[in-house]
Design a protein around this ligand. Structure first.
Ligand code: ZN
Length: 454
């Protein structure tokens, strides 16, 4: 059960930022056994030996924020800001069911794996009445594709009749939302270090959820020992609404309702004051930075460097594919670097810091820094072997710059827990042709339902 990768450049993203121009990784029973420079030492029988010359090996990327179901609703509301985008899309999402969700989630996970992601947090918060069990559909898609899933059981209890944006048909009663979340934890959460599925508690956002649900969700998560996730401080509209309704900023509201702490990670965190940034840093509250989605919706540029300096864990997220049609994680390394530089100048974020955000930063947001996120003995063998010998990268001075600044390299090999998920740029666990066909049908079915209900 031993795999050896040799001859590749290595960027370990460990505490010492270890790099080797030529090195090896040895994997034994799904766990990293050794990492080093030069040729691999003899540790015993080898089942698979991979010639990594011309490649860079890094930890697998960690996606800290997504809505996989949105793969079935891409290309809509192209010029909208967040609130208008939501009010356009909610009625379409009202037609979601288990089958559409599974087709969309499978496609989204394949795209993520083919762009270097080994762990994915998915935030599913749309539960239309009579739609079956979309949460289980996402778990089943991740099982088939073979990536680690942090399944965030989302919820909304503020429909239009209670001053919220979503139609009443897709929100739940507060008690039902809490009960559904508890059932999801009991059914799927696995605390083991090698866990392929963990569950987190995730009311959608302060503007679509009552204060009772925010507080109840925080209490539930802490009683069950699972993590908490929600959207926060994404737009100025949200800030204005929060001030009007609760007389405070979104960050102060999060504090009041029990939503700051080292077991919480927040999506976006764009519009934060100096006080809010230091509050997040002090409490160890994480931020899932989603640069492409933020740009697509014109939401703003997150204060990534300030958050890192304040001590807050920051990871990268794709966000739902309805606000990021690419849906790949590798390109977010570059997007994060460039947005940070537009805000803070050319040294605001280095290529290496971006790769740290995409790996260890994400692992910290998900509370898995001791299990994944770096290439170190004892950690899960989640890694990406990137091919740098093609015309896009051959001869480039620095392999990490090739990955972050250059075209996204093909993934020669993606291992999750030592198992092959992607090889030679293509998914190996499911059929890419069947996945695309199912996605096309699901998107068509959903569009037809939206048309009929208009
Ligand atoms: Zn989101």
């Amino acid at each position: 059960m031993r795999t050896v990768i040799e001859g590749a450049a290595v960027f370990a993203v460990d505490r010492g930022s270890t790099e080797h121009d030529t090195g090896y990784v040895i994997i034994n029973h799904g766990v990293i056994e050794a990492v080093g420079a030069g040729s691999a030492p003899d540790k015993g029988p080898v089942d698979r030996r991979i010639d990594g010359r011309g490649c860079l090996v890094t930890p697998g990327l960690v996606n800290t924020h997504h809505h996989l179901y949105q793969w079935a609703t891409r290309g809509l509301a192209q010029q909208s800001d967040l609130f208008n985008w939501l009010t356009t899309l909610y009625p379409v999402w009202a037609g979601l069911d288990e089958e559409v969700t599974e087709a969309a989630a499978t496609a989204g996970l394949v795209r993520l794996a083919e762009t270097g992601a080994t762990t994915v947090a998915d935030h599913h918060y749309v539960f239309p009445q009579g739609a079956g069990d979309p949460f289980t559909a996402v778990v089943s898609a991740a099982h088939r594709v073979g990536v680690r899933l942090h399944a965030v059981r989302g919820s909304m209890d503020r429909g239009r009749s209670h001053g919220g944006l979503p139609p009443d048909s897709i929100v739940e009663d507060t008690d039902d939302a809490l009960h559904g979340t508890e059932v999801a934890i009991e059914r799927y959460h696995d605390p083991a270090p090698e866990a392929m599925v963990r569950v987190a508690v995730g009311p959608c956002s302060p503007f679509s959820v009552s204060p009772e649900l925010m507080k109840g969700a925080a209490e539930l998560a802490r009683r069950k020992g699972v993590r908490l996730h929600t959207h926060l401080a994404e737009t100025l509209d949200e800030e204005r609404q929060c001030q009007a309704e609760y007389g405070c900023t979104p960050a102060e509201y999060a504090d009041r309702t029990g939503w700051l702490g080292d077991d919480v990670w927040l999506a976006h965190g764009i519009h934060l004051s100096d006080d809010a940034v230091s509050r997040l840093g002090r409490t160890g509250t994480g931020v899932a930075h989603c640069p492409t989605s933020n740009a697509r919706l014109g939401a703003g540029i997150a204060r990534v460097r300030d958050l890192i300096e304040a001590g807050a864990p920051v990871g990268l997220g794709v966000d739902g594919a309805a606000s990021n049609e690419d849906g790949g994680l590798g390109v977010e390394l570059r997007a994060a670097t460039y947005l940070a530089r537009l805000r803070g100048g050319p040294d605001a974020l280095t290529a290496r810091a971006a790769l740290w955000l995409g790996t260890m930063g994400g692992a910290r947001c998900l509370g898995r820094q001791d299990e994944i996120g770096s290439l170190e003995p004892g950690k899960q063998a989640d890694l990406a072997l990137w091919r740098l010998d093609g015309i896009e990268h051959a001869g480039i001075a620095d392999p990490v710059a090739a990955l972050v600044f250059g075209a996204l390299p093909p993934v020669r090999l993606l291992l999750v827990g030592g198992k092959t998920v992607v090889e030679d740029g293509t998914i190996r666990t499911v059929s890419d042709v069947d996945t695309a066909t199912a996605l096309r049908r699901a998107s068509f079915r959903l569009a037809r339902r939206a048309e009929a209900n208009r």
